[in-house]
Design a protein around this ligand. Structure first.
Ligand code: 2KA
Ligand code: SF4
Ligand code: MG
Length: 223
């Protein structure tokens, strides 16, 4: 039996990256060992990867950006998602860090129900994704625990790179050289105005597949 520690599940639209605007069910996994200082989902770290105290499964569909998680069996999870949101074709597995749990079987079950699947990962866990999964890798190169596994960078359908300052652009450079054909979405850190200008200037002045990725969910105050 495969079960997962899940912090919250909610319907929204993809707010970031190349699929911005796509309706999706977000499944937010508990825990992330990278621990970025600017992380906006620190509540998924509380209680550790398995949660100090579990909440009932029904609660993760209603609680909003709070600590606590439920341990849910894979098929029950898929039934809950499809039962509650039958019209939403895309499931986004995020966190926390979804790849710190074995999400392979969950991807299979979701796919068997005809759903599209995207994963948001920092790329520090070496994970073998099936072809049908849309993989967004958001490297955390300046963070001590955030080392990027090269296979994850190669597998990425989209590299979402968070930019806070010029030093982040410098850190991104070798990645752009190593993966010249990848789609790079530059995302200003924490909606900072100067970081937004840096990302904007970058994407209009370089060659390659580039996008400006704004956290649109925060602009319109949705989840
Ligand atoms: N609307 C919306 N889009 C998102 N894209 C990535 C998210 C994330 O937290 O991983 C996220 C999120 O939390 N909300
Ligand atoms: S990798 Fe993502 S989820 Fe993990 S600490 Fe950093 S920002 Fe938060
Ligand atoms: Mg978010």
């Amino acid at each position: 039996m495969t079960s997962y520690y899940i912090n919250e599940i909610f319907p929204s639209v993809q707010g970031e990256g190349a699929k911005t605007g796509c309706p999706a069910v977000f499944v937010r996994f508990q825990g992330c060992s990278v621990r970025c200082p600017w992380c906006d989902t620190k509540y998924t770290w509380k209680g550790g990867a398995k949660c100090a105290s579990l909440v009932p499964a029904s609660e993760i569909f209603v609680k909003d950006r709070k600590a606590g998680c439920a341990l849910i069996e894979k098929e029950a999870l898929v039934r809950d998602i499809t039962g509650r949101y039958p019209n939403i074709p895309l499931v986004i597995l995020t966190g926390g860090e979804p790849c710190e749990q074995d999400i392979g079987p969950l991807c299979e079950s979701l796919r068997a129900r005809g759903l599209d699947i995207a994963v948001e990962t920092s790329g520090h866990v070496d994970f073998d994704f099936p072809d049908y999964v849309y993989v967004v890798v958001s490297p955390k190169l300046g963070v001590p625990n955030g080392e990027l596994v090269p296979r994850m960078a190669r597998r990425a359908d989209e590299i979402k790179y968070v930019i806070g300052n010029e030093a982040d652009l410098e850190r991104m450079k070798p990645l752009r050289v190593a993966y010249p054909d990848k789609l790079f979405c530059l995302q200003p850190k924490s909606q900072d105005k100067e970081a937004t200008r840096l990302c904007f200037e970058y994407v209009i002045s370089r060659s390659g597949k580039l996008r400006l990725s704004l956290q649109t969910e925060k602009m319109i105050d949705i989840r």
